[in-house]
Design a protein around this ligand. Structure first.
Ligand SMILES: [Zn+2]
Ligand SMILES: [Zn+2]
Length: 326
């Protein structure tokens, strides 16, 4: 199934490359960039495919059961810009290139020191014979790392100064997933790629795991009144589960529901909230004005300023605002 998909996908990339990109490069006398251009086209199409899949799934759900009616078009537009920038340019590049680069560097560094970290396959040799199980184990382990990254984003002052940009959106939709500061994107990619290399995720599987986690993330931001019931809420992150994370009472270090794919981490580590008001108002009441209403560029500039202030200790420790309950 996977091979069938990969095969057709590669054919499409090659077709577009030979039909459009290569002739253009030839005319412009840029043929020495052909290999890079091919890789870039690959990133671009992979990203476009993801955006299309997310759109086809989430848009009808948002139209069917919206939590919030009459959202600000301008606020949503900024998140659309974030998504296109992240999925069609920045994130794919970071994800794929950084993964490869990190792997090469890390392996060289470790080989120099004569130490090779045991990968999951060394610890559990049976994983080698059962690739499907191995894939599932990698997804679970990387999802656990994602839980911790997200928790640190809330608990560490400097990281919250960037992540609060993500929380400043009061009109949350599936586009909001990619509303992150560029520095935050770089850190996130380095975190996941670095850890993936450490536990021995095969490079071919990494983009697929990344895609899976990102699909779950986009879906969980949807402006849709959807929950999976008592048991389902504990098995898979739902739009209700993540909306509660974005609630005005769940910001900073008092965050709840950090999980990306599997709520079990919040459940086990005591940060789950399955009980509070099901679909709370979202946003970060203490976020700077630029984070709430600014366009992409203004938000990026403000992020650098906020990070600087946080590093110099000029911001308060992240905490929940004292607001009356909804
Ligand atoms: Zn968060
Ligand atoms: Zn979110």
């Amino acid at each position: 199934m996977m091979e069938f998909f990969e095969d057709h996908y590669l054919r499409l990339v090659t077709f577009l490359f030979e039909g459009a990109v290569q002739p253009a490069l030839y005319r412009l006398g840029l043929m020495e960039w052909a290999e890079d251009a091919f890789d870039w086209l690959d990133f671009f199409l992979f990203g476009l495919l993801q955006v299309a899949v997310v759109y086809v799934i989430c848009r009808p759900l948002e139209a069917w059961k919206p939590v919030e009616q009459g959202q600000s078009a301008r606020a949503v537009r900024t998140d659309v810009a974030y998504t296109l920038l992240a999925r069609l340019g920045l994130l794919p590049l970071l994800g794929f290139v950084l993964f490869a680069a990190t792997q090469v560097r890390l392996e060289a560094l470790l080989a120099d020191n004569g130490w090779i970290p045991p990968t999951l396959e060394d610890v559990l040799p049976s994983l080698r014979e059962t690739p499907v199980l191995a894939f599932a184990v990698y997804v679970v382990v990387l999802d656990f790392f994602e839980y911790w990254r997200h928790r640190f984003q809330h608990e560490w002052r400097w990281w919250w100064s960037l992540h609060s940009l993500h929380h400043a959106q009061a009109h949350m939709t599936f586009w909001t997933d990619d509303r992150n500061h560029v520095i935050d994107d770089v850190l996130a990619a380095a975190w996941l790629a670095g850890l993936a290399v450490m536990i021995g995720v095969p490079p071919g599987q990494f983009p697929i795991i990344l895609m899976l986690l990102r699909l779950a993330e986009s879906f969980s931001h949807a402006n849709a009144r959807i929950h999976f019931g008592w048991l389902g809420e504990r098995l898979l992150v739902s739009p209700r589960f993540h909306r509660l994370h974005h609630g005005v009472l769940s910001v900073g270090a008092s965050g709840k529901n950090y999980a990306v794919l599997l709520p079990v981490w919040d459940w086990v580590l005591g940060t789950a909230d399955f009980r509070r008001d099901i679909f709370p108002r979202t946003g970060e009441p203490r976020a700077p004005e630029a984070y709430v209403r600014g366009g992409w560029l203004r938000q990026q500039a403000e992020g650098v300023r906020q990070l600087g202030r946080a590093v110099l200790g000029r911001t308060e420790k992240p905490a929940a605002p004292r607001l009356p309950a909804e």
